[in-house]
Design a binder for this molecule. Structure first.
Ligand code: PMP
Length: 294
C-alpha cells in the first residue's frame, strides 16, 4: 500500500506515509471508532477522474455524524486534495481511502476532536475478475438497532472480516450474509443483485449498506429499461435465481458463478449483470454517460 516515497494527506498537509505518526491512545485504534470511505479514480481520456467523489465524501460526512465523530472539512476541498494526492503519488488510477479518526481519548464517549487522512494506492478489482464462488455465512449482518448500519464505520468491519475470512477458509471467494430476520442482505463488503425472469432483485436498504455502486446499478438499469425490484430475498431465491452479481467501489461489478455449491446455469456473458458490468465500465471511464432519471 505504501513505500518510502508514498505521500498521504493528513490534516491539511501532504506528508510521507512513513513519517506520519499515529496516536496509540485514541479511540479509533482501541474501539474502532472511526469512519472511512473507499473511492476509485480512473484514467479516462479526459484525464484522471474520481468516480462519484461528491457522493463518497458526503457519505463520509454522514457516517461521522451518525457516530457523533466531529467532521469539520469541506467536501470540495477534500476532493481537490484527493486529486493533488494522486498527482503527488503519480497515480493515474487508484483506490482512495479517506479515514476520519479520533484524537487522544480513552473514554467511551463521543470524540471531542478528529483527524483526517487520505491515502491512495493502485488496486485491481478487489475480488479479482473471475466469476465468484460464494457461500451463505453463519455470521449475520449487524443488528440495525444496535449499530448505524448505513454508516461506513471502522469497528463494523470486524463483522465483514469474520464473514469473508470464514468463507475463504472454506474455499469460497466471498460470503453472503443474512440479517437477523433470516433474509439475505449482502456480501461482506458488496451489495447483491440477482436476476430472475429478466428482472433484477436486490434487498431493500433496511438491512443493507447503501452502496453507491448499488445506486449506480439502479440508475444504469433505468436507462437500460431493466426493471429492478427492491425486495427481501430468501436463501432459496438466491439459489434459484438465473444469475447474480456483487457490486461495490472496490470490487466493481463481478458475476457469481455459484452459491453454496449450486451453479447458475445461465452463461454470465448473456446475463443482465454482464450488460450492467459493461455499462459500468464505460461510465467510470467516461466513454459513455447516462442520464440520471431516478
Ligand atoms: N457494503 C459494505 C459493507 C461496504 O463497506 C461497501 C463499500 N465497500 C459496500 C457494500 C459497497 O458500497 P459502495 O458501492 O458505495 O462502494
Amino acid at each position: 500500500y505504501y513505500n518510502q516515497d508514498t505521500y498521504i494527506y493528513l490534516d491539511g498537509n501532504f506528508v510521507k506515509a512513513t513519517d506520519a505518526g499515529i496516536d496509540l491512545f485514541g479511540q479509533s485504534l482501541h474501539y474502532g471508532y472511526g469512519a472511512f470511505e473507499g473511492l476509485r479514480a480512473y484514467s479516462t481520456h479526459h484525464g484522471t477522474r474520481i468516480f462519484k467523489a461528491e457522493e463518497h465524501f458526503a457519505r463520509l460526512q454522514r457516517s461521522c455524524q451518525a457516530i457523533d465523530l466531529p467532521y469539520h472539512w469541506n467536501v470540495p476541498v477534500l476532493i481537490e486534495k484527493s486529486y493533488a494526492l494522486l498527482e503527488a503519488n503519480n497515480l493515474r488510477s487508484a483506490y482512495i481511502r479517506p479515514l476520519v479518526f479520533s484524537g487522544s481519548n480513552m473514554h467511551l464517549t463521543s470524540a471531542k476532536d478528529a483527524h483526517i487522512m487520505i491515502a491512495a494506492w493502485e488496486w485491481g478489482p478487489y475480488l479479482g475478475q473471475n466469476l465468484l464462488r460464494v457461500c451463505t455465512s453463519e455470521i449475520q449482518r449487524p443488528n440495525p438497532k444496535s449499530f448505524r448500519i448505513e454508516a461506513k464505520v471502522s469497528g463494523q468491519y470486524i463483522n465483514a472480516i469474520l464473514a469473508s475470512s470464514d468463507a475463504i477458509k472454506q474455499g469460497f471467494d466471498e460470503a453472503l450474509m443474512l440479517s437477523q430476520d433470516g433474509y439475505i442482505a449482502q456480501a461482506s463488503s458488496e451489495n447483491l443483485f440477482i436476476e430472475k425472469d429478466f428482472k433484477l432483485y436486490t434487498p431493500p436498504l433496511d438491512h443493507v449498506f447503501p452502496g453507491i455502486t448499488r445506486q449506480t446499478v439502479m440508475e444504469l438499469c433505468k436507462n437500460l429499461n431493466i426493471e429492478v425490484v427492491e425486495k427481501k430475498l430468501t436463501v432459496q431465491d438466491v439459489h434459484e435465481a438465473d444469475s447474480a452479481f456483487l457490486c461495490g467501489t472496490a470490487a466493481e461489478i463481478i458475476g457469481i458463478k455459484e452459491v453454496d455449491g449450486i451453479t447458475y446455469r445461465e452463461d454470465w456473458e448473456h446475463t443482465i449483470g454482464a450488460s450492467v458490468q459493461r455499462k459500468y465500465k464505460k461510465l467510470v471511464l467516461e466513454e459513455e454517460n447516462y442520464e440520471v432519471i431516478i
